[in-house]
Design a protein around this ligand. Structure first.
Ligand SMILES: NC(=O)c1ccc[n+]([C@@H]2O[C@H](COP(=O)([O-])OP(=O)(O)OC[C@H]3O[C@@H](n4cnc5c(N)ncnc54)[C@H](OP(=O)(O)O)[C@@H]3O)[C@@H](O)[C@H]2O)c1
Length: 264
């Protein structure tokens, strides 16, 4: 039997805590430590073990020497956290979304220079990754498409990064913008949603929702609807485990989970 991969998780909010619970239930990964901003030191009980928690990520990495750093912090923390990992030869798996292009390029260059693997996975939900791939296939056969993304009421930003990425990917794959009929009279401002490359995006925010996306294609006398529903944050765990395994066995930074699923 192979040894579990030792990981440190940076960020113990909604995503980090869910991943920690999921990893604790997996024989493939061992959570060796947790970094969070506001807790100076302490422990968290995971799977019957006391796991150290520290605010000082570099010191935690030196203390527990993990093979992988899983970042589930915030965009401003992800780059310094990745630097701290890469300086120590630790593979970064970055689940945090919203990193700048410059940050991604720096992390990719550092992975290459050090000959170690890393994964940037702004969407860990395997179903959402498959949906995006299916949408790029459908997008070749339709000129009109709209996206409805639905999330919990307290989500800070809109539209979701996944909806934006889906819209850009659809236009990029077919090599031109989609057709978007002009509305000549608005009875309510904003009612037609946002426009990215001719793809209309609507954002729904309601209590009771988790993360849902519909991509609706329209053509002559027909529509085609693709839909993904994440019904709990557990949906992030299988993608994170896949990313960890890939980071350990690869070289360079892999962006997105699609290549890991043989989809891109
Ligand atoms: N890839 C995916 O599928 C996916 C899914 C969901 C969310 N996300 C992204 O993941 C990130 C976290 O989301 P969330 O909902 O878990 O946010 P959250 O609940 O606000 O949690 C953020 C956590 O990061 C910690 N933190 C902030 N800066 C840090 C730093 N420099 N070093 C270490 N820890 C730091 C915070 O610590 P304190 O609690 O001590 O302040 C908190 O525990 C966001 O970027 C979100 O968009 C990605």
């Amino acid at each position: 039997m192979t040894e579990p991969v030792r990981v440190v998780i940076a960020g113990y909010g909604r995503l980090g805590a869910e991943l920690a619970r999921g990893f604790a239930a997996s024989p493939e990964v061992e959570v060796a430590g947790i970094a969070r901003r506001t807790v100076l030191s302490g422990t968290v009980s995971l799977g019957g073990h006391d796991v150290p928690v520290r605010a000082d990520l570099p010191a935690l990495l030196d203390q527990v020497r993990p093979r992988v750093l899983v970042d589930a912090s915030l965009p401003e923390g992800a780059l310094p956290n990745a630097r701290a990992a890469l300086e120590r030869g630790i593979s970064p798996v970055i689940a945090t979304s919203g990193l700048s292009d410059a940050a991604v390029q720096e992390i990719a260059a550092a992975c290459r220079a050090r000959g170690i693997g890393g994964v940037l996975a702004p969407n860990l939900s395997l179903g959402a990754v498959v949906l995006m791939h299916l949408a790029t296939i459908a997008g070749r056969f339709f000129d009109h498409v709209e996206i409805i993304e639905m999330h919990r009421d307290r989500k800070a930003d809109a539209p979701s990064g996944t909806a934006l990425h889906t819209a850009r990917l659809l236009a990029q794959t077919r090599g031109r913008d989609f057709e978007r009929p002009e509305t000549s009279k608005f009875n309510l401002p904003g009612v037609r949603g946002g426009n990215v490359n001719g793809v209309t995006i609507h954002s729904v925010r309601l209590p009771g929702l988790v993360a849902h996306q519909e991509v609706i294609f329209g053509g002559l006398g027909q529509t085609l609807t693709l839909r993904h529903d994440a019904t709990s944050n557990e949906s992030y765990v299988p993608g994170a485990l896949l990313a960890i395994k890939h980071a350990v066995h690869s070289k360079g930074l892999t962006v997105g989970l699609a290549p890991l699923l043989g989809l891109g």
